[in-house]
Design a protein around this ligand. Structure first.
Ligand code: NOJ
Length: 713
């Protein structure tokens, strides 16, 4: 296809429509899929919508083919529509929410899951997913923790690249284009309140928040979505520094920049634009290409052009980027691409996909505590399953085309794992965070009566899937009063209890940590959650995941392991870092997670204690499985730059390796440290390493205290 010729044949109005994204019902009066954001009447005409370039929220081969046919019958140049959707943790078969994938510390798994999602989405007619969302988050109160892979720039970057690779791969028909979001620093909103402002110096932005977006760009991501928030007073949609200077010029990104839902229009509310015309001008000047669900471009682009406030070259650059992606996806040759009702029937929820979803849920579950109650004996006679989230599939907030009814509940999973056991169920309480114990006294009593004589009790608590996600920030992250009381009462009558938390964010667990004999964080696990949990609790598979975010105490958020050093480090007394009403340390640190076996990790041995800038150091540890069953340990390497031109974090993750060991077996694990691992954004604005001492820590969580040192000469 000669794209330049096509571009030259398009009118200005058609170009502006090409740069607009709407939901199907606006152009056809037909229904829409799962989207988030306000709907309003744009007052645009049929003529304007007939050339629209992209749609969001449609799904399913039939609907998408119909929409494509309808559009092609109207569009004067027969330019196919691009269909985009939020395929965040699966399309029909759902795997754990991204925070759970983060906990797996397994990039191959993340890549495979995204490839599976791409395959299901592509036959469902989707061309682009609004994923990966890779916003670094330090505040557990933010609702969207569940959509990210956590608080660490290294882990997030690895996950970001793997997810882009999984979705896009070689661009064959069972792949879709990825859109990394939300550029930039959306997860750093004030107070953990979704949509709130972000004020952040360049150092923090570049050092922690930008790397994961950059990793997606380096992995060849096709689109970038700008975020709702202001960054230092400028909404991302109009942020030339972010989009034009950093993303396009510094990183060389030449793909599509799309706004978030209605975000251009919301610049009026931000107090940055006077009206929609001003929004269009500012967004275009920041080199935005697609306007999602507002109509500033179509309504005012032409007027701006006639007034000379924008140039046709600006429009042409944007339209060409959109047409190029359509061509790369093969839409000019086959506007349906992979959309196929028969393939949907075969591929969606197929055994292979369910298997992967189960494996992912198993590998994302974090065991935080085990006083020896787990794994449960498979010969149990009676299992009491208690809790508000035990009897339905916990598929996660971005369930796309998945259904809770197609997912495995805990009750169903346990029946599969121990088919001869009697299974009893009581709700016990709700998941509402403000529920008081006295409001559900009868339900708690009923649960106690079932728990008393059970051989195993599984308490399924935490958050329903709609309690985290967009616009679901929480001021308090503690386990509710009713759930805390239920845990206490059940554990009083039966110590053979596992407390399993379903959540889309870290919860403050200090009130239950002493009471619970065994604690599991299961996030929102997806289609195969129930089977995965039963496999873990009854010992068919072992736990291996690690926390991708610190689990703080109530009131400590934001709390993150890689915080800067201070002049007065915490010493638990006097005038030092900390609180006067709660301990300084979180309940569980980043990187923490147990297994049914245990591992000894020796002190790190360094291949040299001095290193020139062109040399490397090998750090070696010996890892031994000192327990009774096989298991996988994630060995983590952290460093600390002891003296630098700017304060450096107490620790930074620089590598990790998974090692699988049989009981009594040992392995040597080594990491190479080169100058790359030591670089940071220096006081002079360079990205470089500075000479001096470094500490090296190796362990199985971020709170490890023993270290060795070396010097960069
Ligand atoms: C708003 C959300 O912020 C974004 O992540 C999502 O992709 C869009 N809505 C479209 O649903």
């Amino acid at each position: 296809m000669d794209l330049l010729k096509l571009l030259n044949e398009m009118t200005v109005d058609e170009k502006l429509a090409q740069m607009t994204q709407l939901v199907p019902q606006i152009i056809t009066d037909k229904g829409e899929g799962v989207i988030t954001g306000p709907m309003r009447n744009f007052g645009i005409t049929k003529k304007e919508t007939s050339s629209v370039g992209t749609l969001l929220g449609a799904s399913g081969a039939k609907q998408i083919k119909d929409l494509q046919d309808f559009h092609l019958s109207e569009d004067p140049h027969k330019i196919p529509l691009l269909f985009m959707a939020d395929v965040i943790h699966g399309y029909r078969t759902l795997y754990p929410v991204p925070l759970g994938l983060g906990a797996s510390f397994d990039v191959d798994l993340a890549e495979k899951c995204c490839a599976m999602a791409a395959k299901e989405a592509s036959v469902g007619g989707i061309h682009v997913t609004f994923a990966p969302m890779i916003d670094l988050v330090r505040d557990a109160r933010w609702g969207r923790c569940m959509e990210t892979t956590g608080e660490d720039p290294y882990l997030n970057s690895k996950m970001s690249a793997a997810m882009v690779k999984g979705f896009q791969g070689d661009f064959s028909k069972d792949k879709i284009a990825a859109c990394v979001k939300h550029f930039a620093a959306y997860g750093a909103c004030d107070g953990g309140r979704d949509y709130d402002a972000v004020e952040m110096g360049d150092h923090t932005l570049r050092e922690y928040y930008l790397p994961a977006y950059k990793a997606a760009v380096d992995a060849g991501v096709e689109l970038v979505m700008t975020s709702f928030n202001t960054l230092n007073g400028i909404p991302s949609s109009a942020n030339k520094y972010l989009v034009d200077d950093i993303l396009r010029k510094e990183w060389g990104f030449d793909g599509i920049v799309i706004s978030d839902f209605n975000a251009f229009y919301e610049m009026i509310s931000h107090g940055i634009c006077e009206d929609e015309k001003d929004c269009a001008k500012k967004a275009l000047d920041a080199t935005s290409d697609i306007e999602m669900m507002s109509t500033c471009f179509v309504k005012y682009g032409k007027e701006l052009l006639e007034e000379g406030a924008i140039t046709e070259k600006q429009l042409d650059d944007a339209v060409l980027r959109i047409l190029r992606l359509k061509e790369k996806l093969g839409l000019f040759d086959n506007p349906y691409r992979a959309a196929d009702e028969e393939a949907e029937k075969k591929i969606h929820l197929c055994a292979e996909h369910r298997e992967l979803a189960r494996e992912a849920a198993e590998k994302s579950a974090v065991l935080l505590k085990n006083d020896g109650v787990l794994p449960f004996d498979k010969n149990v006679k009676k299992v009491a399953i208690i809790g508000p989230v035990a009897d339905h599939g916990m598929i996660g907030g971005w369930y796309c085309c998945g259904k809770s009814s197609e997912a495995i509940s805990v009750i169903a999973g346990v029946k599969n794992a121990v088919p001869n056991a009697e299974i009893v169920f009581a709700r016990g309480c709700s998941a509402h965070p403000n529920e008081k114990a006295e409001e559900v006294a009868d339900l708690i009593d009923e649960a106690i009566s079932l728990a008393k004589d059970a051989d195993a009790v599984i308490l399924c608590l935490g958050e329903e899937i709609d309690m985290s996600g967009e616009a679901h920030s929480r001021a308090r992250i503690s386990v509710s009063d009713s759930q805390t009381e239920l845990i206490k009462r059940v554990c009083e009558v039966n110590k053979k209890t596992a407390v399993v938390f379903y959540c889309g964010r870290p919860l403050a667990l200090e009130k239950i940590d002493d009471v619970s004999p065994a604690t599991v964080i299961f996030w929102h696990p997806g289609t195969e959650g129930g089977n995965a949990l039963a496999n873990l609790l009854f010992g068919n598979v072992n736990f291996q995941a690690k926390l991708p975010m610190t689990f703080p105490r109530e009131g400590q958020s934001p709390y993150y392991y890689n915080h800067l050093r201070t002049g007065r480090p915490n010493t638990n007394s006097g005038y030092c870092l900390g609180y006067s009403d709660t301990p300084y340390k979180p309940v569980y640190p980043f990187g923490y997670g147990l297994s049914y076996t245990s591992f000894d990790i020796s002190a790190p041995v360094l291949s040299r204690t001095e290193m020139a800038t062109d040399e490397s150091i090998t750090v070696t540890v010996n890892v031994k499985n000192v327990g009774n069953c096989s298991g996988i340990e994630t060995v983590q390497l952290y460093i600390q730059d002891v003296t630098a031109s700017v304060a450096r974090p107490v620790k930074e993750l620089k590598g990790y390796q998974k090692v699988c060991l049989a009981p009594g077996e040992s392995a040597t694990v080594s990491f190479d440290i080169t100058i790359e691992e030591l670089k940071f954004h220096t006081f002079c604005g360079k990205y470089d390493a500075e000479k001096g001492k470094f500490k090296v820590f190796v362990g199985n969580h971020s709170d490890i205290e023993t270290f060795e040192t070396f010097e960069l000469k």
